[in-house]
Write a protein that binds this ligand. Structure first.
Ligand code: HEC
Length: 746
């Protein structure tokens, strides 16, 4: 095996132009946190692998947990961490493991099902994605812990043994649905997805919540790493008397509404103790009549004192969001050189394809951000905000316009049929309010930029961000049959469906492409018990619906299984079905007036689903590129290069140049001159020249790497590792990890 000496030698030979800053080399050698470092840069100062030798990369080790699901729905979005030669990561079923980072050999594995009876009973219960884990150790290095979330539980696991730390929280975990400073009258769906961040002896946590108006509040919380005690909370929906409260004309908004959550990770300036928190939109994504005002602190980058949670400054990137424009990635803290000054900056990428850049000490934009007038013709009851902030620089990294001239022309037939569909929707400028005629959301609901985030090279100040370019259609309808309808059990069940399920599974239960399955004839697949479990526990990207009362649930199940017309106890149940609690013995009259008044009752419209504009072969209905990697100079705001990344074999065979593909997952940039990026539908990982965007190397993965690579050194070798979980965009699921390194020189 090659020795460290060779490794250091290789570090020095490539610094032909500039002397290395030893502090910088030291700071970015490891991958000890999600996104590589607490400043969120996805940067490694390692350069053993460089432009000259990257073509020789080969598989160094693989590791599999063999727990993907067979329906190609499980995913693995984990960006692992490496501490003292041990790699910590998670599997599709959210098992946590520790590996020898040099060999992939397993040291221990923690299965959350061992701790959780609901998980044990239903393998899919609370099976949510997890993007990484957090490491903490005490000052003596004797107490070492891994924090990670499985649904609403954040566990503290002994990093040496893989056992829960029983003195933490409730015998090993904290419950994120508790301690939110509100009555527990909200939708209890909360899932820790992107990991939190450590500041001294605090772990600071955000989470995914439901998308509906009754979602849990997205408040940011800090806990004592030893005890799990909550130390501070920042109300992202301000309480009376707090800053931002007056951006809500409804004085009770804070008691009714949820979300404004940080689900995509944070960044921490350890020197100043300032935490940078990006938030998502307010629940009830597409209708704001029940939440008038700008809605602080939704869609905002918020700077907080990490020790206390005290407010420093904020910037709202979308006012009164009607388009689900969450800030979907962690911010990047980088020092830039602008106008002859050295500025500690914070960059925030967005789903709509912008980079917002601020002086991080005071929140002042580096380049002017203009409040631009936007359309306000909206559905009755809606009050769109008349302006939106648009950065003058950098220019957006994704196209902003989708017109008839942009509709795909892969073949004349495809063009014709897609033009027909295009013309059905009132084509939109950015920020066109949702309407019954429909609007194009472009970049789509999943960006533009997404949770994969951006990588930044701190030496050059260049930011690398990958982007999907696909329009999604957004069409609103009146909420059909909200109440009991005709008063029958089925009618009531339909009402429940319309209230909770329609937005994803569609008005006719037909679902929506690969992402949202059809529920038509669902009785062929599930009996009542099986269906009940899915509704109560959720599954993969589907949230759980614990808040639906027993009676309403019974009616819903009867509606979906089409059993409502049958008398309780009669035939018609599937073999092996557990005797139903409902609809047995339940009378429609009991349901006529729903017991719990919900904010959902005040919402007159719903969307018809998340409609990707894809042709019959699954290709985007817009002309390529469909996926790009962009290099943006943060010092000047200039685009340095744009590369198309990803391709489809069958289009290549037809002589069509690389189109790029939709992407999930982000890049990692290295001092060795490379940007590593998997993320594409072609199940490949690539290395691009960070100066030019030229693709220098690529390798096929066992399943799509919809995750962000980590770069680290162990036993004298530099490694690049990626989770290959697939399970989105029609890709098969996987449960392997693959690490690449250079071959040994004998
Ligand atoms: C936020 C979007 C969303 C909402 C709202 C939603 N679902 Fe789902 N649902 C999904 C997704 C995504 C899947 C696929 C899950 C997977 O990967 O296994 C799914 C899967 C299912 C399945 C399994 C289908 C199959 O073929 O295996 C059932 C049944 C189901 N949902 C029922 C419901 C019901 C009933 C409701 C309302 C109470 C509901 N869903 C609300 C997104 C949603």
């Amino acid at each position: 095996m090659r020795k460290i000496g060779w490794f250091l030698f290789s570090l020095t030979i490539s610094f032909s132009c500039k002397q290395p800053d030893p502090a910088l080399l030291e700071a970015y050698q490891g991958w000890k946190t999600y996104a590589g470092s607490k400043d969120g840069l996805r940067y490694s100062s390692l350069d053993q692998i460089n432009a000259g030798n990257v073509s020789q990369l080969q598989v160094a080790w693989t590791f599999s947990t063999h727990d993907k699901d067979t329906g190609n729905r499980s995913q693995n979005q984990c960006n692992p961490i490496v501490v003292d030669g041990i790699l910590y990561g998670t599997s599709p079923r959210l098992k946590l493991f520790a590996l020898d980072a040099a060999t992939g050999g397993q040291k221990w594995l923690f299965d959350p099902a061992a701790e959780d009876t609901a998980l044990k009973r239903d393998r899919n219960a609370s099976l949510k994605v997890n993007r990484g884990v957090v490491y903490w150790q005490d000052s003596t290095g004797t107490d070492k812990r891994i924090f990670y979330s499985v649904g609403e539980k954040t566990y503290a696991i002994n990093a040496s043994t893989g056992q829960p730390v029983r003195s933490f929280g409730k015998r090993g975990f904290i419950d994120l649905t508790e301690n939110l400073d509100r009555e527990k009258d909200f939708n209890p769906f909360i899932a820790g997805n992107t990991p939190g961040i450590i500041y001294k002896d605090l772990i600071i946590i955000g989470a995914r919540v439901a998308e509906s108006a009754d979602a849990a509040p997205g408040h940011v919380r800090a806990y004592d790493v030893r005890t799990g005690e909550r130390k501070w909370i920042f109300h992202t929906i301000p309480h009376p008397g707090e800053l931002g409260y007056d951006t809500w004309p409804d004085p009770d908004a804070w008691k009714k509404l949820g979300s404004a959550n940080c689900w995509a990770g944070m960044a921490l300036d350890e020197k100043t103790g300032v935490l940078y928190v990006p938030t998502g939109s307010i629940g009830g994504d597409f209708y704001g009549g029940i939440r008038k005002g700008t809605n602080l602190f939704a869609n905002s980058l918020i700077a907080l004192d990490a020790a206390t949670g005290k407010y420093r400054w904020h910037f709202q990137t979308v006012h009164h969001d009607l388009w689900d424009r969450d800030l979907a990635a962690n911010p990047n803290l980088v020092t830039i050189h602008h106008d002859g000054k050295t500025i500690d900056a914070v960059a925030q990428i967005s789903k709509h394809g912008y980079v917002f850049l601020f002086d991080r000490t005071n929140g002042k934009p580096i380049f002017p951000i203009e409040e631009k007038k936007v359309p306000v013709n909206a559905l009755p009851g809606e009050e769109p905000w008349p302006t939106q902030p648009i950065p003058t620089l950098p220019k957006p990294f994704a196209r902003q316009h989708f017109g008839p001239e942009d509709v795909t022309d892969l073949t004349p037939e495809v063009h014709r049929s897609m033009m027909e569909r295009f013309n059905k929707i009132k084509w939109g400028e950015p920020f066109m309010p949702p309407s019954k005629e429909g609007t194009w959301i472009f970049p789509g609901f999943d960006g533009g930029g997404e949770w994969g985030g951006a990588a930044v090279d701190p030496e050059s100040g260049i930011l690398y961000v990958n982007s999907s370019e696909l329009p999604w259609g957004l069409t609103m309808i009146d909420v059909p049959e909200k109440g009991a309808g005709d008063g029958s059990l089925k009618g009531i069940g339909k009402g429940v469906y319309n209230r909770y399920c329609l937005s994803c599974h569609g008005p006719e239960r037909k679902g929506n492409g690969a992402s949202y399955p059809s529920l038509v004839n669902i009785s062929n697949k599930y009996n009542e018990d099986g269906l009940r479990k899915i509704v109560e526990n959720g599954r993969n990207m589907m949230p759980s619906f614990k808040q639906i009362g027993e009676n309403e649930k019974g009616a819903l199940l009867a509606f979906l299984l089409n059993t409502a017309s049958k008398e309780p106890g009669s035939e018609g149940r599937k073999q092996g079905a557990v005797a139903p609690k409902e609809p047995g013995g339940l009378h429609a009259s009991e349901l006529a007036s729903p017991k719990v008044k919900s904010i959902l009752d005040d919402i007159p419209y719903t969307m018809t689903g998340y409609n990707r504009f894809l042709d019959s072969s699954g290709y985007p209905g817009i002309k390529p590129p469909w996926g790009t990697l962009n290099a943006i100079n943060l010092n000047t705001g200039e685009l340095v290069w744009k590369a198309t990344v990803g391709e489809f074999e069958e289009l290549k065979k037809r002589g069509i140049p690389a189109t790029g593909t939709q992407m999930y997952g982000g890049p990692a940039v290295t001092r060795g001159g490379l940007v590593f990026l998997a993320s594409t539908q072609d199940e490949k990982i690539r290395a691009l020249d960070k100066k030019t965007g030229k693709i220098l190397w690529e390798a096929k993965l066992p399943a799509a790497g919809y995750a962000t690579p980590a770069v680290y050194a162990a036993a004298g070798h530099q490694y690049v590792v990626i989770a290959c979980g697939g399970g989105k965009l029609g890709s098969k699921s996987g449960d392997e990890w693959v690490a690449f390194a250079l071959p040994d020189k004998k």
